[in-house]
Design a protein around this ligand. Structure first.
Ligand SMILES: Cc1cc2nc3c(=O)[nH]c(=O)nc-3n(C[C@H](O)[C@H](O)[C@H](O)COP(=O)(O)O)c2cc1C
Length: 361
């Protein structure tokens, strides 16, 4: 059957369908459990959580499903030198943001306190809670960490945006590689070259990686229905990872207006921008996203750009100024149909099955 792949065998799941983890508090226990209980692999994006919070979330997931699931972290979680910015950088960003803060009628924030990377402490927790799958982006954990995961039976999954990154991940010995195409919603997880120069589409990237790399590959980016899953499998993927379509379901932790936007006409247009966090990510085009293009020199490095963007987003939400917000989402949003994660899973399975059955008929 189409659903017996290297991924289903390795991860102990029924269908090669993975729900993409969402960082920034957009994942939910309910979504993870719904997807895992339906035979796929639910994923929780935990990069903003403290070790204690990860332990608490993990307990909730374990209570909601006895099936395999994935916990996701960011290996590199800052681009700020020594975690901070100069007074000059801060002043430049203040000038850039002043008109928007004036428009929203809120005060400009103070210079951010230095940011302390979180990955080293978070990753220790992974070894304690032992999810079936530990996926990561923006780099590769140390050889010792990968070895410890291997010993504990935790499958490791790294994200690549280029063939070079896939080869790097294979040489590090990860169990599976995500081919992260530029159609995808959220951040581009590039870690060797700049994200701006790593913009290959999912199906080209998948084929390039399959030519040169033996590690099983998961296709991510622009897949939202059974035909997309079938296409990924036909091109050699062992599984498909689906983000935007699950983000749009009621079970995700996205705000109702965010989910509504993903189903609206606005979702026809998306932008890759550093304006919202300091790292390159795709969301529905908004006025602020358009106006910030070309002003990257005044942005603060990840994640300190959020010093400005978070209060602005909060005020814009309160004032319903949607054009001041970037709602994360991928290029595939206009074909979305399902608002319930269980129905989305069922439909993905039925459509993929029908597609392969038709080929045999
Ligand atoms: C809002 C949002 C947040 C995301 N956060 C993460 C993350 O923290 N870690 C990660 O590995 N992938 C993250 N992703 C990528 C997804 O897990 C998935 O690979 C991607 O969305 C697939 O492409 P699609 O959006 O076209 O379906 C995020 C995607 C979105 C839309």
């Amino acid at each position: 059957m189409w659903y017996n792949t290297k991924a289903t065998e390795m991860l102990g799941i029924q269908y090669p369908i993975m729900q993409g983890p969402f960082g920034g508090n957009l994942s939910s226990v309910e979504l993870v459990a719904t997807v895992s209980n339906a035979g796929g692999l639910g994923g929780y994006g935990a990069y903003t959580l403290s070790p204690e919070e990860i332990i608490a979330v993990d307990k909730q997931i374990k209570a909601a499903t006895n099936k395999p699931y994935n916990i996701n972290l960011w290996v590199s979680d800052t681009d700020a030198e020594n975690g901070t910015v100069t007074d000059e950088q801060y002043e430049q960003a203040k000038q850039l943001f002043k008109p928007y803060f004036d428009e929203a009628g809120i005060p400009l924030p103070a210079k951010p306190a230095p940011f302390k990377p979180r990955f080293e402490n978070q990753v220790e927790v992974i070894l304690d809670i032992r999810p079936k799958v530990f996926s990561f982006m923006f780099g590769v954990p140390s050889a010792e960490m990968l070895e410890q995961c291997r010993r504990l039976g935790i499958k490791t999954v790294g994200a690549a945006t280029t063939l070079d990154e896939a080869i790097f991940l294979e040489n590090a010995g990860v169990d599976m590689i995500i081919a992260s195409g530029f159609e995808a919603g959220g951040h581009r997880p590039s870690f060797l070259a700049s994200a701006e120069s790593s913009t290959t589409g999912t199906f080209v990237l998948l084929q390039l990686i399959r030519e040169k790399v033996k590690t099983p590959v998961i296709a991510a980016g622009g897949i939202a229905n059974g035909k997309g899953v079938a296409a990924a499998l036909a091109l050699g993927a062992s599984a498909a990872q689906i983000g935007t379509a699950f983000l749009a379901t009621d079970e995700s932790n996205a705000l109702p207006i965010h989910r509504q936007m993903l189903f609206s006409d606005a979702a026809k247009y998306t932008t890759l921008s550093r304006a919202f966090t300091g790292r390159f990510g795709r969301g529905i085009t908004s006025r602020v996203a358009r106006e910030m293009l070309g002003k990257e020199k005044q942005f603060l490095p990840f994640p300190l750009q959020t010093t400005f963007m978070s209060p602005l987003r909060k005020a814009a939400l309160e004032q319903e100024k949607w054009d001041m917000i970037l709602f994360w989402g991928g290029q595939i949003a206009p074909i979305l149909k399902h608002t319930k994660a269980k129905q989305l899973m069922q439909s993905l399975i039925e459509e993929t099955t029908a597609y392969f059955d038709n080929l045999k008929a």
